[in-house]
Design a protein around this ligand. Structure first.
Ligand code: ZN
Length: 143
């Protein structure tokens, strides 16, 4: 289990050092949401480009701790190309998982599963959540 934790830590640090899809677009077609986590200094903006019910692109920018920045990077890679419904379900499941609430283990969280260990550190749950919460705000509610 220690090796698994180590692997997860490596993936998180790799995303922190080499964030994917970082930098905001000035295309007005993007929907933007911004969330701060004052307890840690995390400050993240997420943008989604939605068309035909699909997340065509997702971008992030901001600063914060390694968990926060890495989770934003993993978020973008995980949701791009998914339908809005699938992305919304995935994000809800992820947020429940990191905050140790009931979640559906049958939903494949893909690389985002590396943040499962955050449950053991309640102070870091918010760090791992805010990029995903911001993403959920960029997707219109279902009718
Ligand atoms: Zn943080």
């Amino acid at each position: 289990m220690a090796d698994l934790d180590n692997l997860y830590r490596q993936i998180i640090m790799e995303h922190y050092k080499n964030p994917r899809n970082k930098g905001l677009s000035d295309d007005p077609g993007y929907v933007t949401a911004h969330i701060k986590n004052p307890s840690c200094g995390d400050d993240i903006t997420v943008q989604s480009l939605l068309a035909d019910g699909v997340v065509k692109d997702c971008r992030h920018d901001g600063h914060g701790c390694s968990i926060c920045c890495a989770s934003a990077s993993v978020l973008t890679e995980t949701v791009i190309g998914k339908t809005m419904d699938a992305a919304r379900a995935l994000a809800g499941n992820y947020l429940n998982m990191v905050s140790n609430k009931d979640h559906d283990p049958a939903v494949d969280l893909e690389e985002a599963a590396v943040f499962a260990g955050v449950r053991q550190f309640p102070a870091r749950v918010k760090c791992a959540s805010i990029a995903w919460q911001a993403f959920v705000r960029t997707i219109p509610e279902q009718k």
